[in-house]
Write a protein that binds this ligand. Structure first.
Ligand code: BEZ
Ligand code: FE
Length: 289
């Protein structure tokens, strides 16, 4: 294998993978090489541009640690996450749509009882969430595991605040026998995705804004059902049609309803301050097989 040139390099690399035992790995890597080479040919990539690309990817990796996942942010902002979610979860008429996972899920959130406040003392306007989890035939999904996470009223997740020692705006619940879940929180607000790393630099260079519309994340797991990873977005938000990570689906826009001070809150109390309520019904797809 000598005298490889720009016309023969792609075939040479593909031939080198011919002996790979895993058909799937071979398929994925062959397609990656073909598309990468075609990309370089299409834009006639210069050496300086290739070096800049390597520096960008190096900085992306170096920005990652146990609390910061810059590669997920890159995938999200390039639309790859939405593409992968969409092609693995085709829209069905009955089930709740999935959307991007994002980089701020944390395993091991505190398990809280129904009705609990997940805000962990964070400031913001009170929000009462009443959700249900059903299967495709309308059956209640009891004892489903529901992870909830959201940013605070300054648009930051707890993991972005190094001074915080306990969870804020995240919790794990179990649905009751009727598939219901009630909890309290604070009204989510729109927030910019982190811009202090290479992905922020990329957005700036492309003259793109970093904002996401206000939302609450949900991950719902139950035996015999497909895991649902989704958000509920706040109706009326400025960024619903320009989400920096392409995650909005119309079916996921919820009615965060405002109630004035003095109204009766869902917990039966007379609210001293204005509050919001959100009612949302999640429908899970049955697991196949
Ligand atoms: C989020 O909603 O938490 C998120 C999603 C993608 C990128 C950044 C943040
Ligand atoms: Fe989020």
């Amino acid at each position: 294998m000598r005298n490889i040139n720009e016309h023969t390099i792609t075939e040479a690399v593909l031939r080198g993978m011919a002996g790979c035992e895993s058909e799937r790995l071979k398929e994925v890597m062959s397609a990656l090489v073909r598309h990468l080479h075609d990309f370089a040919r299409e834009v006639k990539l210069s050496e300086a541009e290739w070096e800049a690309g390597i520096r960008f990817l190096t900085a992306t990796g170096q920005k990652c640690d146990d609390k910061r996942q810059e590669f997920i942010l890159l995938s999200d902002t390039l639309g790859l996450s939405t593409l992968v979610v969409a092609q693995n979860h085709p829209v069905s008429t009955q089930a709740t749509e999935a959307t991007v996972f994002g980089p701020f899920y944390v395993e091991g959130a505190p398990q809280l009882p129904q009705g609990a406040d997940i805000s962990g003392g964070a400031a913001g306007e009170p929000l009462f969430v009443r959700a249900t989890v059903h299967g495709p035939k309308g059956e209640a999904v009891a004892d489903a595991t529901v992870n909830v996470w959201q940013a605070d009223s300054e648009g930051l997740y707890d993991v972005q605040r190094s001074a915080l020692e306990s969870a804020q705006g995240r919790a794990l619940f179990r649905t009751d026998a009727q598939g219901r879940l009630d909890f309290r929180s604070k009204l989510p607000v729109p927030y910019p995705i982190p811009t202090d790393g290479p992905v922020g630099g990329m957005l700036k260079a492309l003259e793109r804004h970093p904002w996401r519309p206000a939302h609450v994340h949900f991950m719902i797991e139950a035996p015999d059902y497909q895991t649902l990873i989704t958000h509920v977005f706040r109706d009326g938000d400025t960024y619903l049609d320009s989400d920096a990570v392409y995650g909005v689906r119309s079916s996921l826009v919820g009615d965060f309803r405002a109630h004035p001070a003095g109204s009766q809150a869902p917990d039966g109390s007379t609210a001293a301050q204005a509050f919001y309520t959100l009612d949302f019904d999640f429908v899970l797809e049955r697991a196949s097989g």
